[in-house]
Design a protein around this ligand. Sequence first.
Ligand code: GLN
Length: 248
Amino acid sequence: MGRRIIVCHLYPDFMNLYGDRGNVIVLQRRCQWHGLEPELVERSLADRGGFSGYDIIFMGGGQDKEQRAICADFQHMKGEALKEAVEDDVPLLAICGAYQLLGNYFRTAQGEELPGTGLFDAWTVAGSKRLIGNVVVKSDLSGQERTLVGFENHSGQTFLGQGVRPLGTVVKGSGNNGSDRTEGAVYRHAIGTYLHGSVLPKNPWLADYLIGQALVRRYGEAGLRTLDDELEERAHRAAIKRTGETTP
Ligand code: GLN
């Protein structure tokens, strides 16, 4: 029997911007390439239940309109169960609008406050100018310094409290708020980030980080294969080059 990995895709019908769904495809494909048996479960509005039975949880970005549509359901029907799963070390990846709703609140440009689940000790306030463009970030999440590349487009500016650490430091682009050079948030194995793109195809190390953590949690060890990531690395380098950065 192969080792099974259950990926939970949250609100696939609402939260999907700039190819975020590609992250789920990457998780599934890389699991297969690593000799694992991936299974996909989709969860959306009006469904209640725990998340600790899943191995990886993913939620994509969404505009204010989609965030508004899921906000109450997310907070009241999923929030506590998600926190329990993260406390139980389930890896989670949340992009942009999802990241914002996992903080304490998102105050929109109209002054309306969308409450978050409070998983991340962070808050988001819409700024007067959108932060748009390609991003390069340095991150030591995996225990060594790596780069992350992606695309951002958000009005929200996110600020981190004491209870979270940033995913990385901005080399190019704006990241969390365009002022303190932080990008994203990490709490246990939960990661929030502004990077769309989608982010995992051109940052395969991040995909393997999530899969590796999931394997350690369920099976006690990661035991990932070394994959040929030549194409992915080329995409990664091309994305860096596009920003005018010269370092790999
Ligand atoms: N609506 C949010 C903002 O503009 C999130 C957008 C997104 O997910 N790209 O800040």
